[in-house]
Design a binder for this molecule. Structure first.
Ligand code: SER
Length: 603
């Protein structure tokens, strides 16, 4: 990988900025934590890790973190909400977030001072190129005069500080519930003229580019929409690596930074065309999407393209990439070549990409073959449907469903095809057809496309404990060869994916249930201890060993039934779970089984 200043075109590299950021906060007594998986463990609130704070939710809510109260990292993130905007100069589906946290330690004053020092002293951004926003206050939380005054004390003038409401200056929760609070956002002022007298950091004319967000997390949003004070006041900050790189290198877009430009160059080679204004959108969408799918497939969790949840997002991104290649005149499978470039750029920092290379390439090829079979006929059909519409009409739900069901066109792809011709799609009509066909509830269908949500409650902590008991029982019944592939909990049920290559028999399932219920009846204390990864391994703990050998981790033990490395939170005693019932055992993907189960007395 190219280090700082060896590359004359991009003197600031991602490698350099990650290190500068981490070193700066290490000197301020933070501890570095690893980038967590893109697929959240035991977090039902979103499909993907959307911010560095995501894996830290239990600690923001008050659990103690084994590394202490000051943390720093760079985190791989996926944001599906921005997919439609990808193609412009700043929005990405996959990006890296540089973040630092105070878990009930320092608050606004230190956080703002640290960010200002990093930007102006380490990255040498002139102070007059910085503009910031602070929360103006409403009936739920006060005006953030404190943050305003702190920025002034750092030397910013009044016309560099803007007050905005909740829409701009409140962050979180990541899902429906959880930690959140007012924030102060830091922008780079490009120096362009204001587009009007109202122009400010919230304006999207391009004068201001958001670079960093410091959230003062002192609230917890509950399922009923109300806010309570958190046990501790936290700071959660996040800076987009690609954006800061583009600014420091004086580039017009994130695609010209060293984490993306080699993919653009690869596409130039594949297509034989030069990246220019006329094809920039297609080049950018392919570069962004191929990076996102390479990271999702490369994440050890074995997510494969499918018609639900993360698998659906993966399928949607791959199929859109295939169509964008067609728009550039490429009909062969070039997904794997582009993915190889993504691996080459990132494997030093994210070795899991090279480790899962075979899987990544196999899945891309499989999906290409699957979609390619129906793509030509499907595109002709779509063309025909759209040519039959006249101005103001919308493409019927029935036609959109036909494209989905017969030709494998994700609804978003159909929407895009329609929009290119100036039409809209009857999305509700599509959902109705989908439901008729699937005989599923509307809520189920919406979550299939958007992702299911739930809350952080005592019940989810208990379901989490039930998951550990289930994992332990499965290993007793099916052998030590099985290991966790994924876990998803919502307020009603747990879902557990594990490696196993055949159906689990009814007798085996009965025995698994019996073991879990036995542990519940015994009312065993759930014990949490902190130890090094080495000690945890020696004690036979299972779980994700993504930390270094000497790092401190939490280990949860349920005597005789389970010992796992895990962040928590958990029930205090297995008795709280009352009763455990397996509702379903099914295949999740090749070599992976899925169990859904509930706890509590069944009515
Ligand atoms: N969680 C905040 C964000 O995503 C800060 O990291 O912007």
């Amino acid at each position: 990988m190219v280090k700082d200043s060896e590359n004359p075109r991009n003197p600031y590299t991602a490698y350099d900025i990650r290190n500068k950021f981490v070193d700066f906060f290490l000197k301020k007594e933070h501890k570095k934590i690893n980038s967590a998986s893109l697929l959240p463990e035991n977090d039902p609130t979103v499909l993907f890790t959307t911010a560095g704070m995501h894996p830290l939710v239990p600690y923001l809510l008050g659990e103690s973190h084994p590394f202490g109260k000051r943390l720093v990292n760079y985190q791989k993130c996926i944001r599906t909400g921005d997919i439609d905007e990808v193609g412009d100069s700043t929005h990405l589906t996959y990006f890296e977030m540089l973040g630092n946290w105070s878990l009930g330690d320092y608050f606004k004053k230190e956080s703002i001072a640290q960010s200002f020092e990093f930007l102006t002293k380490v990255l040498n951004i002139p102070a007059d190129r910085i503009a910031v926003t602070v929360f103006e206050g409403d009936d739920q939380a006060v005006r953030d005069i404190e943050a305003y005054e702190i920025w002034k004390s750092q030397g910013l003038t009044e016309n560099q500080i803007y007050y905005y409401g909740k829409k701009e200056n409140w962050w979180g929760p990541a899902g429906q519930t959880g930690p959140c609070g007012p924030d102060t956002e830091i922008f780079y002022d490009t120096g362009k003229e204001k587009c009007s007298e109202h122009c400010g950091p919230a304006c999207n004319c391009g004068k201001y580019i958001e670079i960093w967000n410091n959230v003062f997390m002192e609230y917890n949003k509950l399922a009923d929409g109300t806010y309570t004070q958190l046990r501790q006041k936290n700071v959660d900050t996040g800076m987009g690596l690609e954006r800061i790189l583009a600014i420091l290198n004086h580039k017009d877009s994130v695609y010209e930074t060293d984490v993306l430009h080699p993919v653009i160059e690869k596409l130039e080679e594949i297509t034989g065309s030069t990246y220019k204004e006329q094809n920039a959108r297609e080049f950018r969408i392919i570069s962004d999407h191929i990076r996102a799918v390479t990271f999702i497939l490369g994440d050890h969790k074995g997510i494969v393209p499918s018609n639900s949840e993360q698998g659906y997002i993966l399928r949607r991104l791959i199929r859109r990439t295939i169509r964008m290649f067609r728009k550039l005149g490429i009909t062969d499978n070039k997904l794997t070549e582009a993915a190889q470039t993504v691996i080459d750029i990132n494997d030093e920092v994210y070795p899991e990409l090279a480790e899962n290379k075979t899987f990544i390439m196999e899945q891309l090829t499989r999906e290409f073959i699957l979609f390619n079979k129906t793509l030509d006929v499907g595109l002709k059909k779509a063309e025909k449907y759209l040519s039959e519409l006249s101005g103001g009409e919308v493409l019927s739900g029935e036609s959109a469903f036909k494209l989905y069901d017969t030709f494998g066109f994700p609804i978003e792809l159909t929407k895009e095809l329609a929009e290119e011709k100036g039409f809209k799609v009857d999305y509700n009509g599509f959902l109705e057809k989908f439901l008729e066909h699937q005989e599923k509830s509307r809520t189920g269908a919406e979550s299939r496309f958007k992702g299911g949500l739930a809350d952080n409650s005592e019940q989810t902590a208990r379901l989490h404990t039930a998951t550990h008991l289930l994992n332990g029982a499965l290993r007793k019944v099916l052998g030590d060869g099985i290991y966790q592939k994924g876990s998803n909990i919502n307020a009603k049920r747990l879902r557990f994916d594990f490696s196993f290559d055949r159906k689990v028999t009814a007798e085996e399932l009965k025995e698994v249930s019996r073991i879990v219920n036995e542990a519940i009846e015994k009312k065993i204390e759930v014990v949490c201890e902190e130890m090094t990864v080495k000690e945890a391994k020696e004690q036979g703990a299972i779980g994700v060993f993504e930390n270094k050998y000497s790092d401190i981790v939490k280990v949860y033990t349920i005597k005789e039934y389970s010992k796992e490395i895990c962040g928590g939170p958990h029930a205090e005693n297995t008795g709280e779970l009352k009763q455990f019932t397996i509702q379903k055992e099914e295949s999740s993907s090749a070599g992976v089984r899925r169990i859904k189960a509930v706890i509590g007395t069944i009515e």
